[in-house]
Design a protein around this ligand. Structure first.
Ligand code: TRP
Length: 470
């Protein structure tokens, strides 16, 4: 039986529209802000290596599964899971997977918007020329001044959320294509220019070996699972936008003819290259200016402006860079809103505009917690042996990327590979029943779920408690 549902929210206008939109969702602050700072916090090369393994072995197979479910269900993730579960004769409670995604989406967007707000603020700071010939001390001070002022953070956070709500209320498909088609390649070229600058610094080689060569002395001090595997797994989910229904809803607008496999590989390659390029651009600067790789979430905001302050036409390039980063964050933020908005439209009979405004308001309110976590409410805590300094921001971040997204992905994998009939998945993927299909099926059935479970259990120390492993 071939499923002939169509989405009431529309369909992508062309084959490339989906790739562009999904790449827009995947490429964002996660690649340029989060990836380098996590790499710095978690010891460099080993983290990068494990991250790449997670993308290939867990991320891509789950992404294919999530798109597959979305396209078959063609509704908001909540209704999609409910419909597909009914079709396979399973419990309607599968819709809770959709709900968890909606909740994760709100939490991620709430802090994502605050960080995107930093990006907005930096467009103006760099444009004003304050970083010309700035040293590390000045750059740090400018960053600290920004995050310790809740009023400023609030203003930028509000601006960014309004921008996102406007796009979502017009429908994700309109306008997005142009933004992604022109701005993403420009961002890519700018990153290459930054890499060129990094190559001209004395510490280029040091930066490269930090990024690509596992440092075993550093590793000896770390708990492999909680310090490297879990954050790397979480970053793979975060960066590919999987585990919360964002890619599922984008998949629901995908035409039946389009190849899920080709699309996924294209998106994952684009996403991973941007992250790696960002790392190559940043670490030589970190070492050249004597900064701390483990500097936390401020890393790119402290390092890159110093480089822009030194290079020819730096004010221009710097401004442009942060403008493009803002666009990248924008195209990601709208995908975090989309699952909730489609649900409101389907279930509460709201217009898209109202639904987007309501969802935006919830994320905005929640974002106040992150705004305050860098100043008035700041506190540090110990998580699995490492100190986190940014209170609620870190809690939100760890809760979503390291816990909720992997659980979401785990359930997607279980649903697609263990519960859905083989016939349904063969039909959706369109790979036939040969080696390619079997490789995917094996990865989703065994590697991804057991990978996630083993990493979880080890990270919380269960195996150590039981005296197994290590
Ligand atoms: N992937 C985006 C980034 O790297 C963030 C993002 C957008 C996301 N949609 C998501 C993360 C869904 C997790 C789930 O910036």
């Amino acid at each position: 039986m071939s499923v002939k549902r169509s989405s009431i929210h529309g369909q992508w206008s062309s084959r490339w529209a989906f790739i562009l939109a999904a790449t827009g969702s995947a490429v964002g602050l996660g690649n340029i802000w989060r990836f380098p700072y996590l790499t710095g916090e978690n010891g460099g090369g080993a983290f990068v290596l494990v991250y790449l393994v997670c993308v290939v072995m867990v991320g891509i197979p789950i992404m294919m599964a999530e798109i597959l479910l979305g396209r078959r269900g063609r509704q908001s993730p909540i209704h999609t899971m409910e419909t597909l579960a009914a079709e396979e004769g399973l419990s309607p409670h599968w819709k809770l997977l959709g709900w968890m995604g909606v909740v994760a989406g709100f939490i991620i967007l709430s802090y994502y918007s605050v960080i995107a707000g930093w990006t907005l603020a930096y467009i103006f700071r760099i444009g004003a020329g304050v970083f010309v010939d700035a040293d590390a001390g000045l750059s740090k001070k400018i960053f600290t001044d920004l995050i310790s002022d809740p009023e400023k953070l609030l203003a930028w956070h509000t601006t960014f959320l309004i921008m996102s709500v406007i796009v979502v209320s017009r429908g994700v498909k309109n306008g997005l294509e142009q933004a992604v088609k022109f701005l993403m390649p420009t961002l890519f070229i700018l990153l290459l220019i930054m890499v060129g600058y990094a190559m001209s610094t004395d510490k280029f080689v040091e930066g490269m070996s930090y990024l690509f060569v596992p440092n075993f002395e550093l590793l000896a001090e770390k708990n492999f699972f909680s310090d490297i595997f879990l954050p790397a797994l979480g970053q793979a989910f975060f960066s590919l936008s999987i585990g919360m229904g964002a890619i599922m809803i984008y998949g629901s607008y995908l035409s039946q003819k389009s190849s899920i496999t080709f699309n996924c590989f294209t998106i994952a390659i684009a996403d991973t290259s941007v992250a790696i390029l960002a790392g190559i651009a940043i670490f030589p600067i970190v070492f050249t200016y004597g900064l701390e790789p483990a500097g936390g979430p401020g890393l790119i905001f402290i390092t890159l402006p110093i480089a822009f302050g030194q290079m020819p036409f730096g004010t221009f390039f710097g401004c442009l860079f942060f403008i493009l980063l803002l666009f990248a964050a924008w195209t990601s933020a709208i995908s975090l809103l989309e699952p909730a908005v489609t649900w409101l439209v389907e279930n509460r009979n709201m217009t898209r505009v109202k639904a987007a405004a309501l969802a935006g308001a919830i994320a905005w309110l929640l974002g106040l917690v992150t705004v305050l976590s860098f100043n008035h409410w700041a506190f540090s805590f110990n998580f699995a042996g490492s100190v986190k300094e940014n209170g609620f921001f870190d809690i939100f971040d760890i809760l979503t990327s390291n816990i909720m997204l992997p659980i979401g992905g785990l359930l997607v994998a279980i649903f697609a590979a263990w519960l859905m009939s083989r016939k349904s998945t063969v039909e959706e993927l369109g790979l036939g029943d040969g080696a390619a299909y079997q490789a995917w099926h094996f990865a989703v059935k065994y590697i991804a779920p057991f990978g996630v479970i083993i990493i979880f259990l080890n990270a919380i120390g269960l195996f150590r408690l039981l005296g197994l492993g290590e």
